[in-house]
Design a protein around this ligand. Structure first.
Ligand code: ZN
Ligand code: ZN
Length: 150
């Protein structure tokens, strides 16, 4: 157990910590994650809302409609624009952007989701389970995380 895990935005003004272990970690190839990451996909660290706290700085919020249709709130640094996490309405977890962790090697993803919008060149060479959209049952990604080989 390494917790609390810490992270920050690009400029370092907005810092957070995660107490306890993640619920699951996966790569999301949805079009929103591609925009937010300004890259091919987003790596998501799902943590309990009560385990996540801002330890320094202030954040701005933006509401968007995800590919799944749910309304999401993104939290970002007003100074540098880095999004550190997001949250779907009515869901009791926070999705932390893995690239903002102090050490992005702390967690390895257990699946790829929204592969139907993955970029054509993406190699998927890791043998991880793939879901064309959001898994129907939210628990599915949590179970894969629990079964991962450590
Ligand atoms: Zn910043
Ligand atoms: Zn996504």
């Amino acid at each position: 157990m390494k917790d609390p895990y810490t992270g920050s935005c690009l400029c370092g003004a907005l810092c957070y910590e995660i107490k306890g272990e993640p619920i699951t970690v996966y790569n999301c190839h949805c079009t929103e994650c591609q925009k937010v990451a300004a890259s091919a996909f987003g790596m998501s660290v799902r943590v309990g809302s009560e385990d996540f706290s801002i330890t320094n700085g202030i954040y701005e919020k933006i509401k968007t409609i995800a590919d799944s249709g749910s309304i999401k709130t993104g939290f970002f640094c007003p100074e540098c624009g880095t999004r550190i996490c997001g949250k779907s309405d009515n869901i009791k977890f926070v999705v932390v952007k893995a690239g903002t962790l102090e050490n992005p090697n702390w967690f390895f993803p257990i699946a790829h989701i929204w592969t139907r919008s993955a970029q054509d060149w993406f190699p998927f060479a890791d043998g991880l389970p793939k879901f064309s959209e959001q898994p129907e049952n939210n628990e599915e990604l949590n179970k894969l995380w629990q079964k991962r080989s450590l």
